[in-house]
Design a binder for this molecule. Structure first.
Ligand code: SD4
Length: 339
């Protein structure tokens, strides 16, 4: 099997497996429940501070988004609220795609990727880190405590200890068991969606109307050792420009990386596009470059300076959370393909 085919198949399998094993974690998010809203166009483009704070995040991460929203309401700045929000999932042992409890690579090692971007335009990232749970906070430490933007693997881990992070075993019994079962067959069977549960990318606007974001993941389950996806790469998994807005991605990182989609969305919004249109254009770029787009999922969320939001994905089934005025809504995304 050639390398590309291997990667694509591996990632599809892992998405499917991760989806299956994560059903428990999102059991409380019922697609039919009354808090699910169909996506609609929000047309208020005027910057009105009474719209803030607001937080959005990928998938149905109810608790994480509520945490961010409530933290913002207490007056905490956007970046710290986003980090507090995503930490809920990093610490959620039943979430097999983020943080502790995340699915391991093919060799049984859990390696995490994360990045953050602040309203100042500063950013930090860590890739392929073992033994540290709160990697979004670690990415912030790279931003604030080093002259660098990205630290990788053992270097990032060693730096974490200097900052007081605890060494933790990230491989739970459940993840280990799922990996051992996977090894028995190593079956590369494509399973497309990928329900409510995946990488968490979060965008927050605080009371001062400043925007920041965080993105954190264990990447694709059973990935090759050393594999890094889009999530920790500024411009691909996350991008924020405080003058314009922010965007975040989830889905098959290999495809998201090739179009630098989060940066693209922010630039399209800068040129006047609504976040919804900008997300659609970014997904169209992926689709147009890829005859095989039906074989994988990719999704974006975006928010502009006025607090308008949008999202778009390839396969139906993706949703995002929006917290505003004390209400935490799950909004079903429009999709390129029809159900
Ligand atoms: C990655 N984009 O590592 C992440 C995984 C993800 O939905 O978001 N899956 O490629």
């Amino acid at each position: 099997m050639d390398r590309r085919k291997f990667l694509k198949n591996a990632s599809l399998t892992s998405i499917g497996l991760a989806a299956g094993s994560s059903a428990l974690a999102c059991a409380k998010i019922d697609k039919n429940s009354s808090d699910v809203t169909q996506q609609k166009e929000d047309t208020t483009s005027i910057i009105d501070n009474t719209n803030f704070p607001v937080s959005i995040c990928t998938w149905g991460f109810v608790d994480a988004n509520a945490k961010a929203g409530q933290t913002l309401e207490q007056g905490v700045k956007a970046l710290d609220a986003a980090i507090a929000g995503v930490a809920i999932e990093e610490e959620n042992l039943t979430n097999t795609t983020v943080g502790k409890g995340g699915a391991p690579d093919r060799d049984g090692q859990v390696t995490l990727d994360a990045c953050v971007m602040d309203s100042s335009g500063d950013c930090g990232a860590v890739v392929c880190v073992q033994n540290i749970t709160n990697v979004a906070l670690l990415a912030k430490k790279v931003m604030t405590e080093t002259p660098h933007v990205i630290l990788a693997a053992k270097g990032a881990e060693d730096f974490a200890y200097t900052q007081g992070f605890k060494k933790e075993n990230l491989l739970t019994e459940a993840s280990k068991k799922a990996w051992e079962d996977w090894k028995k067959t190593s079956e590369y069977k494509p399973i497309i969606n990928i329900e409510n549960h995946d990488t968490i990318g979060m965008l927050c606007i605080d009371k001062d109307s400043d925007i920041a974001g965080a993105c954190t993941t264990s990447g694709l389950s059973y990935k090759m050792k050393g594999r890094v996806g889009d999530s920790p790469i500024i411009g691909s998994g996350l991008y924020v420009d405080n003058q314009v807005g922010g965007a975040a991605a989830t889905g098959l990182g290999e495809e998201i990386l090739k179009t630098v989609g989060s940066f693209l969305i922010v630039e399209l919004m800068r040129n006047g596009m609504h976040p919804q249109q900008a997300c659609e254009e970014a997904i169209n770029r992926i689709v147009n470059k890829n005859k095989n787009h039906k074989d994988f999922q990719a999704a974006y969320i975006a928010i502009n300076k006025a607090g308008q939001t949008g999202s778009y994905c390839i396969h139906p089934g993706f949703a995002y959370m929006k917290y505003q005025h004390g209400k935490n809504e799950r909004i079903l995304s429009k999709a390129f393909l029809k159900a």
